[in-house]
Write a new protein. Structure first.
Length: 338
């Protein structure tokens, strides 16, 4: 449960909207605290983690600096919440960024699964307004009115900062469910965070670079069919689903096999790391949440004109391609039909 909460109104400075700062914290009943607490924390579904960074020193990151002050002294909560709201107001560089309320929340430490305790600070922004009905008795009947308010199904923007790893930029969970045509506003312009270098990151990035290679670079360098590409994608995602550890040599020798293809992929991976300014490990525990997240991008579909789609789930040997007097064809072999 949280012990401190304040709300500020943050407009879009580009459009001339105001910034309205609260002078006091909110005082809420326990049932409202529980309702809001669930609303805020239910936003975080993914294991993906981030950390604050700065182009110079971490202390020059405004949000990092403010939350560090609050973690050090809770009496600075209201003052630093104003600084966070001011920075959010200044971060709007796009007229499409919507007005909204920003909630700053201090969550008291609770026992975690490993037996420790940790404080958290949440920053939540609401932007969308939903229509709802108000029904109330009027004489011997009822009146129905439409009004607008904040829906409690999904928050628009959220960040949860855990009070550990301060030296490397804390650990954060971050979501943006309403990008308003500006994908940089919340993650980069306001928070200035980057993904943490952990098993989720390495699993996600390895799958991403491999998929890019199979779908773009491989057919440029080697003679491969769409069925071959589908087979590579299926084998790779199954490798990640079945293994607990990723070892680069095991992966490329088992999935790519051919030494020329392996060398090509190695060069592609190096170029990817240089272009994206990341370093992807070649030995790490496989994170199944990251595999599940990436799996939807590994759908092996062969699209044939506008008539047919072939979904390939495995066993490349049961799929043949050829050409006769009627045109190109695929031949599929199967044991049973459902």
């Amino acid at each position: 449960m949280f012990s401190k909460i304040v709300v500020h109104k943050v407009g879009n400075k580009i459009n001339g909207d105001p910034l309205i700062l609260s002078q006091e914290e909110l005082e809420l009943h326990e049932d409202m605290k529980e309702l809001l607490g669930n609303y805020f924390l239910n936003a975080f579904k993914s294991e993906e983690q981030f950390q604050f960074y700065s182009d110079t020193y971490l202390v020059n990151n405004p949000v990092y600096s403010s939350v560090a002050e609050i973690f050090e002294d809770k009496n600075k909560f209201l003052w630093e919440s104003e600084n966070i709201a001011k920075h959010l107001y200044e971060a709007a560089e796009n007229p499409r960024v919507q007005n909204g309320e920003v909630f700053i929340v201090f969550f008291d430490s609770e026992e975690d699964p490993e037996g420790g305790k940790i404080d958290k600070i949440g920053i939540f922004k609401t932007e969308k307004r939903e229509a709802f009905l108000k029904i109330y008795p009027q004489n011997e009947s009822f009146e129905v009115e439409r009004d607008f308010g904040i829906g409690l199904s999904k928050i628009d923007k959220a960040a949860l900062i855990y009070n550990n790893d301060k030296e490397s930029g804390y650990i954060l969970s971050v979501v943006d469910n309403n990008k308003n045509g500006d994908m940089y506003y919340w993650f980069e312009d306001f928070l200035k965070v980057k993904q943490r270098d952990n098993d989720f990151f390495h699993t996600q990035e390895t799958l991403a670079v491999y998929k890019d290679y199979i779908t773009t670079q491989l057919p440029q360098e080697f003679e491969v069919s769409r069925a071959d590409q589908a087979d590579f994608l299926n084998k790779s995602i199954n490798f990640f689903k079945e293994k607990e550890e990723f070892k680069y040599d095991d992966f490329v020798n088992e999935i790519l096999v051919d030494e020329h293809v392996i060398e090509s992929f190695s060069n592609f991976k190096t170029d990817y790391e240089n272009d994206m300014q990341v370093s992807i490990s070649e030995d790490f525990p496989i994170n199944q949440s990251a595999v599940k997240k990436q799996q939807r991008h590994f759908k092996s579909v062969i699209k044939l004109d506008k008539n047919f789609h072939i979904y390939v789930h495995g066993d490349r040997d049961k799929l043949e391609t050829g050409q006769d007097e009627k045109g190109k064809y695929y031949r599929l072999y199967f044991d049973s039909e459902k």
